[in-house]
Structure formats: C-alpha cells, structure tokens
Ligand binder design. Structure first.
Ligand SMILES: [Zn+2]
Ligand SMILES: [Zn+2]
Length: 309
C-alpha cells in the first residue's frame, strides 16, 4: 500500500511568493485526504498534480490561513460536476463557521458537504486498515492535530516451512495466515505460530497544525514515520512563538526526538524566514537525530513501511 505526503502550502499566516498558506495532501493507496486548506490550495493541487479526488478534509483550526481555500475548492469541485459527498472535519464548536465557508458566496454546492466536529481522542475516520484520530494541541483557539495510524499488518507467512509441514498449497495457506489452525489429511494439526511471524507495525503520519510544543504530540507521534510540526519561528523569536501559540524549530525537534519519530518535517514557516531556513535547520538538528525535512511547496515524501516492505 503506497503512501505519500505532498506539501501544498508551507507558509505561516502570511503567504510569500515562494510559500502558499497551509495545506497538506496525503495519498494512501486509493484514498486522498487534505489536512487544512489555506487560500489557493486548489491551484497548488493542480500545480503539483494531486488531483481533486479528496473525500475528507481535516481542519486543525479555523484561522484564515488554514481554511480560506475551502470556498474556492468546493466551487471548483461543483463546476467539475462532482457528486460524491465531501466530509470536512473540524474542532468542536466550529461547524457553523465551516458551513458558512462552504456557502460563502450564497450558493450551495450540488454535492453533499457534511461537516463533523471532532474532539481530541475521537476517531475522525475509520477504514479497514487505518484510522485518522484527533489529538490535543495548544494554539490561541480551539485546535486539534491529526494522526493517521495504520493497524499492525499480519506477520510474514513462511510458505517454505508450511510446505515442509505438509500443508497443501491453497485455502489452508490463507486460513493459517489469517490466524486459524488447520488439520491435514493425516490428522496432523498445524497452528499459525508455526508458519506466521510476528505482526508487523503499520505506519503513522502525524500533523500538528499550529501549536506550542505539547506532550500530547509526543504521545500521538510515538515512533511516527513522519511528524509534520509547526515551526513558525526560530529561537530568535522564541517569545513571539509563545505569545502566538506557535513553536520554534528547536522545540519541534525536541518533541520529535521525545516521540522517537523517524522523520520530522518543519512547516508553517513565518514570512520572516521565507527565503532562509538555515536557522531552522541548525536549531532543529541540535535536538533531533532523525531525518529532518524543511519542505518547499510541492515537495513530496514517500512513506515506506517500517520494515521496508
Ligand atoms: Zn496558521
Ligand atoms: Zn493559527
């Protein structure tokens, strides 16, 4: 199952010529999701080739730089004669604001748009092999982060050993792989633990939205394959980060390190640093040993399984 994340917008509250307001597109096999939808997100989707097949938008909070792309995107979906429903998830208390954005011009789209409020701890979306959960962050308004968490995968099936034990190729193989014992023609019973390895961990991608450094992120991002964290400022504006409910690159690095995240992507970069992220890079490296990314708009990262398969 492929999984990739495309950074559609990486600016702070004020866009620059290089960075669009916040939006992150995540594609997991056939499913596409948007996390936040800043102004101009639809054009970024066109530029960077993600397509519009998005059925769920996850809004971290309703500051303009995270939601002002919703009216335009919904209008274009409507022009494209979309008829599939669109779900928009948002923090508690923000439903009517998001609904107003959807019908900002007075026209309702002809496809259904459903707005759901999600609180920290809620599962916003549950699919066969993964969930998207909300977790607590701390900003100057009601805000949540989101974690896409895959289930463990079945252990590896030792086909050779199964054949040695006399299991015939066919349905008994899948029965064993699914965790059921099987009886052979001679009456021998073969149990799954003889031929199936330990469950293999799924992947975890975590996005904080705007936030100060908080313990809840450490928990949500435990062993994450990718943590996308607010790094609006560098340490030279640490006070400003605290006052505005944001993080510095160093603080984000520390959170990622505590969580044991494999990769950290710093985003929501203030326009003050738009053309020079060296401070961010140096400071985050001081606290984080894993792979550090400071994506530009349009950058895409593949998320492989932890065991490489
Ligand atoms: Zn913001
Ligand atoms: Zn904000």
């Amino acid at each position: 199952m492929s999984m990739r994340v495309t950074f559609l917008g990486t600016s702070g509250a004020v866009p620059t010529t290089q960075r669009n307001p916040t939006a992150i597109y995540c594609q997991r096999e056939g499913d596409g999701f948007l996390f936040d939808c800043g102004e101009g997100t639809q054009r970024q989707m066109m530029r960077f080739g993600t397509g519009f097949s998005v059925d769920h938008i996850f809004v971290t909070h309703t500051h303009g730089d995270h939601v002002l792309g919703i009216p335009g995107l919904v209008q274009t979906m409507d022009f494209n004669e979309r008829d599939a429903a669109l779900a928009i998830h948002c923090p508690p208390g923000e439903r009517s604001l998001v609904e107003n954005l959807v019908s900002a011009t007075g026209a309702r789209p002809s496809f259904p748009v459903r707005v759901h409020e999600v609180s920290a701890g809620d599962v916003a979306l549950s699919r066969d092999e993964y969930e998207i959960r909300a977790f607590d962050v701390e900003h100057r308004t009601t805000a949540v982060g989101y974690a896409l968490v895959e289930d463990d995968r079945k252990g590896r099936f030792d086909r050779e050993h199964a054949e040695e034990l006399g299991v015939p190729v066919g349905p008994k193989f899948s029965a064993l792989h699914d965790g059921n014992a099987v009886e052979l023609d001679d009456g021998t019973v073969v149990t799954p633990d003889q031929v199936v390895g330990d469950p293999r961990p799924g992947r975890r991608v975590v996005y904080t939205g705007d936030t100060t450094p908080v313990d809840a992120t450490v928990e949500a991002a435990a062993d994450a394959d990718l943590l996308v964290h607010d790094a609006t400022f560098a340490e030279d504006r640490r006070d400003r980060a605290g006052q505005t409910g944001h993080s510095t690159a160093k603080q984000a690095g520390r959170i990622a390190q505590r969580a044991g995240a494999k990769r950290l992507a710093l985003t929501h970069i203030s326009s003050r640093y738009a053309n020079d992220v060296e401070l961010h890079r140096t400071e985050a490296r001081e606290s984080f040993d894993g792979e550090l990314l400071i994506p530009d708009d349009g950058d895409t990262v593949e998320i492989p399984y932890p065991d490489g398969e």
